[in-house]
Design a protein around this ligand. Sequence first.
Ligand SMILES: *Cc1c(COP(=O)(O)O)cnc(C)c1O
Length: 487
Amino acid sequence: MGLSRELVGLPMKYISTRGDATRRGFSEILLEGLAPDGGLYLPEAYPRIDAPTLARWREVQATQGYAALAFEILSLYIDDIPAEDLRALCARTYTAEVYGSDAIVPLKPLEPGLCLESLSNGPTLAFKDMAMQLLGHLFEYELGRRGETLNILGATSGDTGSAAEYAMRGKRGVRVFMLSPHGRMSPFQQAQMFSLQDENIHNLAVEGVFDDAQDIVKAVSNDLAFKRQYRIGTVNSINWARLLAQVVYYFAGYFLATKSNDEQVSFTVPSGNFGNVCAGHVARMMGLPVKHLVVATNENNVLEEFFRTGSYRVRGSAETFETSSPSMDISKASNFERFVYDLLGRDGARTKALFADALSREGVFTLSAEEFAQIGAYGFQSGRSTHADRLATIKATYEGQGVLIDTHTADGVKVARELREPGVPMIVLETALPAKFEATIAEALGPDVHAPRPAALADLESRPKRFQVMPADTARIQQYIRDHVPL
Ligand SMILES: *Cc1c(COP(=O)(O)O)cnc(C)c1O
């Protein structure tokens, strides 16, 4: 019996943030999206890490590496996959071959007390690979064990879709049908997705905008008979396994940035749907010595406003801006309910009243003064960055430290420089590589500076493309799926 079970003492079960009392195992929620009551899944309790365990994990990371650390952490949350299988899944996921170095998430110093944690060295050059690659292996494993197959249907404006495709390509039992707005992704993003030749990956370029693609996905998901018959699933950011995978790099970053477990660090996280920083919250709840979790937003400052005022106000499409850090352009933060549930003392009825009732009625909720006063105890701070800030930060970081950063990371660095404190190392999560955002890099630094691209992607745009142009018509998409899924 491993240390993990002794720490938890009980089987690990998952519950909904909206009060549904059913307790489910990890394997039951792995392939699911929302809980049946519309809430998000969370563990019944966070395992608390004692000092000897934290010391051992530091040793594991130093001597056995990231995959071994990932196994230690995941095994506290997953007790329905045999330990040796889980260890093998982690080892297969976090390799130097996929992430470019044995360190997997190396730190890059910017200046004393401020560094970047590189999370973007996976196949699609953004941090979503850290979790999605694990999800691909977990899905293949679980589907194989059940003798089932799954057809993942999604809509993307670029990043999530490519991370999902690179994670699921060639995986047994999984097909991906990814809708994207025809002709509206960057040449790099198009090339990245459409150059995949794997038979289980279907790129459907929809004649319309992203919202049209998204609406089709919703319509198909609401067709329950079709959904069941064709075993339709998703890989969106509310999936608990994705969040769990992200918890690991908070521990790894902490061990790399400190010499002993007596020290504290803070993290700044470029945020959109609150998935990344929510994993930091989970790490902190487990006992990782994190002083502050700084939520950095762009002009779409739903979250920054909440942490400043206690009001959560979702935005309409007219109020949602297209910015130069596009992966943070959100109108509402789909993982945010998880944190609020903890903040409210895990009161499912109150969480439901805020998210299901107030939000759908008025598009806004405001915490009571007592509730808002609790936020300090969770370590959160927030800040906001604009297009001009991004350009200035990219330029200052390139000229001052010789480090080229992407636009999302620039939002983080801008806010981190404002909120860092003496004596507490600040780690900014690098969420994408600048090679993905050449136009803004040129705007910040002039046409002569080029973001380096990993050698393996040098000829990306000239590779043959495999995609199907489709009308923005739900029935036609459903027919395409029927034609490509054997029953
Ligand atoms: C998805 C994404 C984000 C936002 O992450 P959340 O988990 O949605 O908060 C930030 N930067 C990049 C590059 C991303 O792809």
